[in-house]
Design a binder for this molecule. Sequence first.
Ligand code: ZN
Length: 128
Amino acid sequence: MTLNYWQALAQGKCPSCRKGNMYKYSIFNLTKFTEMHKNCPVCGFKFEIEPGFFYGAMYVGYAISVATIITVFTAINILYPKASLSVFIGSVVVAVLLMIPVNFRYSRIMMLYFFGGVKYKGEVAEEQ
Ligand SMILES: [Zn+2]
């Protein structure tokens, strides 16, 4: 089964073949969720397409953090309009901390998909 662009992005697959995983371990493995494959295990595509490419993911991660903060702030404002400032700040801090694995991984995945200029190579022959 072939994944479309957005399914492959959501599942953290290689942008070139959409089959190989970019990350070695599950996002729920809290000690190893940052470990990436250097090359795609299926097609051999090199994920860090140029040295320091993933430094740019910091900007994507910043955008994800701001989106998290705005979402939590708005939700509290709607659900508990009279909440104190410490509730707002505490909730935002907890939400951003809980989002660290998601933020880390999807900032790199989105950096590669949106700014890497990688073309989908189509089906890769499976090993017989
Ligand atoms: Zn691949």
